[in-house]
Write a protein that binds this ligand. Structure first.
Ligand SMILES: Cc1cc2nc3c(=O)[nH]c(=O)nc-3n(C[C@H](O)[C@H](O)[C@H](O)COP(=O)(O)OP(=O)(O)OC[C@H]3O[C@@H](n4cnc5c(N)ncnc54)[C@H](O)[C@@H]3O)c2cc1C
Ligand SMILES: *[C@@H]1O[C@H](CO)[C@@H](O)[C@H](O)[C@H]1NC(C)=O
Ligand SMILES: *[C@@H]1O[C@H](CO)[C@@H](O)[C@H](O)[C@H]1NC(C)=O
Length: 350
């Protein structure tokens, strides 16, 4: 009996998920929950609260997601939104950093109704009265009910549930994915924008975002003013943004950005002048001109051993909006990789 269990253990395919941001962690959770015959390990140099999603505004709304078809975006949105709505129905949603939020998306330009509009709980044009409330500064706008996701609260919980299901977590910096050949059968690349710094990848570039986090508990709605400014409440703080500087790797605070964001947000909601600043932060969105990279290849390590590589990065400004959906696509790739691996010698004998 004991021997049999050990044989089964040895038969399991070793899967490494590199990256512990929202993309890596949800990929790992979905893998361990849905793909049989694997052992999963998250390998990452940084963990929550030090990933990109931890500083992000976490507003569920597709943004800076280039190069994908509207049908794909709608599907990923639908799957992710449903997953989040389910979490919201659980008693744990008092601590997992997720909440419903409503508010105003304003624009000086006509806003075409996007295909994913129906995914929001509510998405409707503004009334004359609502536009007047903003001093008629914006000609167009919609009122939405959506969800905010605070990764600094959600990620630790997801990591715990991954470990409870037998998943392993290792802190390690990877220089080349091929260095994992021999150690793992399959590696899933969820490194966001960072690795493109070392290995230049023409498809991926940073889109720099600078924000404030403030204490303003009286602000209960979201406000997006045109292309430049947003006010997005989380559980304990409100995020004021922001910038989107493509190709800029600098994670220092730019004083001119701070001034511009503060002024623009205070014009939208004047009472923000009295908000206490908790912190200023810069993050790099993993911008991908051809949409998130979701593909498979086989890489040979310097030891001559092969490793199956699955790419899962490049979610731009929408990582927290489509993560569950793109991870679903990755599960199909993972199933394929597992089934293509040479059958284990023990299995052949059984
Ligand atoms: C200011 C700002 C606001 C945003 N607001 C929103 C929003 O409101 N809604 C929304 O949907 N999205 C938003 N985003 C985008 C969102 O944050 C990203 O799309 C998402 O966080 C990307 O997640 P990720 O897991 O791919 O990357 P990351 O969080 O960057 O994770 C990458 C992981 O890989 C690890 N890693 C990298 N290289 C290596 C290596 N060589 N070895 C080992 N580990 C490695 C890192 O340590 C990290 O754990 C915002 C982004 C910014 C910057
Ligand atoms: C996050 O980064 C800080 C500062 O570098 C570090 O002290 C802390 O240990 C990190 N947290 C985690 C969970 O890695
Ligand atoms: C892993 O992903 C990064 C993007 O984050 C990319 O630049 C890098 O080339 C990928 N690694 C490999 C070995 O494909």
């Amino acid at each position: 009996m004991h021997l049999k269990v050990n044989l089964l253990e040895m038969e399991r395919k070793q899967v490494a998920i590199v990256g512990a941001g929202i993309i890596g962690v949800t990929t790992a959770v979905r893998a361990i929950e849905t793909v049989p015959g694997i052992e999963a390990t998250i390998i990452s140099d940084k963990f929550s609260p030090n990933t990109t999603g931890d500083g992000a505004a976490g507003f569920w709304n597709p943004y800076l997601l280039e190069g994908c078809s509207p049908e794909k975006i709608e599907l990923w949105c639908q799957e992710t939104f449903s997953y989040l709505l389910n979490l919201l129905q659980s008693p744990d949603s008092s601590t997992n950093g997720i909440g419903l939020v409503s508010g105003y998306i304003l624009s000086e330009h006509f806003m075409e109704r996007p295909s994913y509009a129906k995914v929001f709980l509510e998405y409707r044009d503004l009334t004359k009265k609502e536009l007047e409330f903003f001093g008629n500064k914006y000609k167009y706008g919609v009122f939405v009910t959506s969800i905010y996701v605070e990764c600094s609260k959600l990620l630790p919980q997801l990591m715990k549930s991954f470990q409870a299901k037998g998943g392993k977590i290792v802190q390690r910096k990877i220089n080349k994915l091929s260095e994992l050949a021999g150690e793992y059968d399959i590696v899933i690349n969820c490194t966001g924008v960072e690795a493109a710094r070392v290995v230049p990848d023409p498809d991926i570039r940073p889109i720099r975002g600078q924000v404030f986090r403030v204490k303003a508990p009286w602000v209960k709605h979201i406000f997006l003013g045109g292309e430049d400014f947003y006010i997005l409440p989380n559980t304990d703080t409100v995020v004021l943004g922001g910038t989107r500087q493509a190709g800029d790797w600098n994670k220092d605070i730019y004083l001119e950005d701070s001034k511009k964001i503060w002024k623009g947000c205070c014009e939208l909601i004047p009472s923000l002048q009295h908000a206490e600043i908790v912190k200023e932060w810069v993050g790099l969105r993993p911008g991908c001109s051809k949409g998130p990279k979701l593909s498979r290849e086989v890489v040979v390590g310097s030891n001559g051993k092969k490793i199956q590589v699955i790419h899962h990065y490049g979610h731009g400004g929408s990582g927290i909006t489509v993560f569950w959906g793109t991870a679903g696509d990755v599960m199909k790739l993972l199933q394929k990789s597992v089934s293509e691996l040479e059958p284990n010698i023990f299995r052949a004998r059984l």
